[in-house]
Design a protein around this ligand. Structure first.
Ligand code: CP
Ligand code: NVA
Length: 299
């Protein structure tokens, strides 16, 4: 089984992964991979959290991991992605790939005989969304009746995966960003099948009664050429003290990190009492373990 998109998992699959995460969090069970497994991390783009949390997850589950920078492999000399995936799958038990193009990820999965996990592409970041929903459940105890406002770039990988995952679990989603950067229609219509999703450009309207404010960079990896324009266009959607005060008094602020302090979020908010970003980042380790255990229990 692969985890290429947040839509690959049913509601009950998410419930099971969350349950494994909770069991690990409680520390009550000895959880380990049944066989000594190897995870290959094949990363075209930089990473701090995703790489480290997968490597530590494998070490703590009794397996091991190997990090491959494609520029140091024969891929850099023209070996095809398909042939590369065939090789990775012959030496390992899982592949976690961080790629520029989501289509390349699909091609890897087609050619791999072991499960492929999306560790971020231009379209999705499903392992991030797992950590996000775990964090939300831990702090807010429910999804039903909960309003999650995604502010700023509502069309990027983290927004796409969070809107699919959280809507499938029953939360209401409010997408608030500039008119010129609408949500990806494919992800929006999917999420609307699962729950209530409202799209708007007004912060006061979009944040009214919000329980969670979620933001991410204005310039994702791969968008560097448009950086200056994007920073200007998204500036009115900075999550600052005034914006936070538009939501519920009990609102909590999330960010997948890395943060660009002073751009999409201000220091007083990310370092303030409503911020749960460090717990959210920590939960990537927990939920990567839960995901690896879930995939191995399906095999
Ligand atoms: N949130 C996240 O995916 O961070 P990294 O880019 O550091 O892995
Ligand atoms: N949207 C960001 C997420 C980084 C973890 C990016 O793709 O750069």
């Amino acid at each position: 089984m692969n985890f290429l998109s947040s839509d690959d998992f049913s509601r009950s699959a998410f419930d099971r992964v969350l349950e494994i995460g909770q069991a690990i969090d409680k520390g009550g069970e000895e959880l380990a991979l049944k066989t000594k497994s190897v995870l290959v991390l094949y990363f075209e783009k930089p990473s701090t959290r995703t790489r480290l949390s997968f490597e530590v997850a494998m070490a703590q589950l009794g397996g091991s991991s190997i990090y491959l920078d494609p520029s140091t492999t024969q891929r850099s000399r023209g070996e095809t992605l398909g042939d590369t995936a065939r090789m990775l799958g012959r030496y390992s038990d899982f592949i976690a790939a961080r790629l520029y193009s989501h289509n390349d990820l699909l091609e890897m999965a087609q050619n791999s005989q072991v499960p492929v996990i999306n560790a971020l592409t231009d379209l999705e970041h499903p392992t991030q969304a797992l950590a996000d929903v775990y964090t939300i459940l831990k702090h807010k105890k429910r999804f039903k009746g909960l309003k999650i406002a995604i502010v700023g770039d509502v069309a990027n990988n983290t927004a796409n995966s969070l809107m699919l995952t959280a809507s499938k679990l029953g939360a209401e989603i409010s997408l608030v960003g500039p008119k010129e950067y609408p949500p990806n229609p494919k992800y929006l219509s999917k999420a609307m099948e699962y729950s209530k999703v409202v799209v708007g450009n007004s912060l006061t309207e979009g944040l009214e009664d919000a329980d969670i404010i979620y933001t991410d960079t204005f310039v994702s990896m791969g968008q560097e050429a448009e950086a200056e324009k994007r920073k200007k266009d998204f500036a009115p959607y900075q999550v600052n003290g005034k914006v936070v005060s538009m939501a519920k008094e009990t609102v909590m602020v999330m960010h997948c990190l890395p943060a660009h302090r002073g751009e999409e979020i201000t220091n007083d908010v990310i370092d303030g009492p409503k911020s749960i970003v460090w717990d959210q980042a920590k939960n990537k380790l927990l939920m990567n373990k839960a995901l690896l255990l879930y995939i191995s229990e399906q095999a």
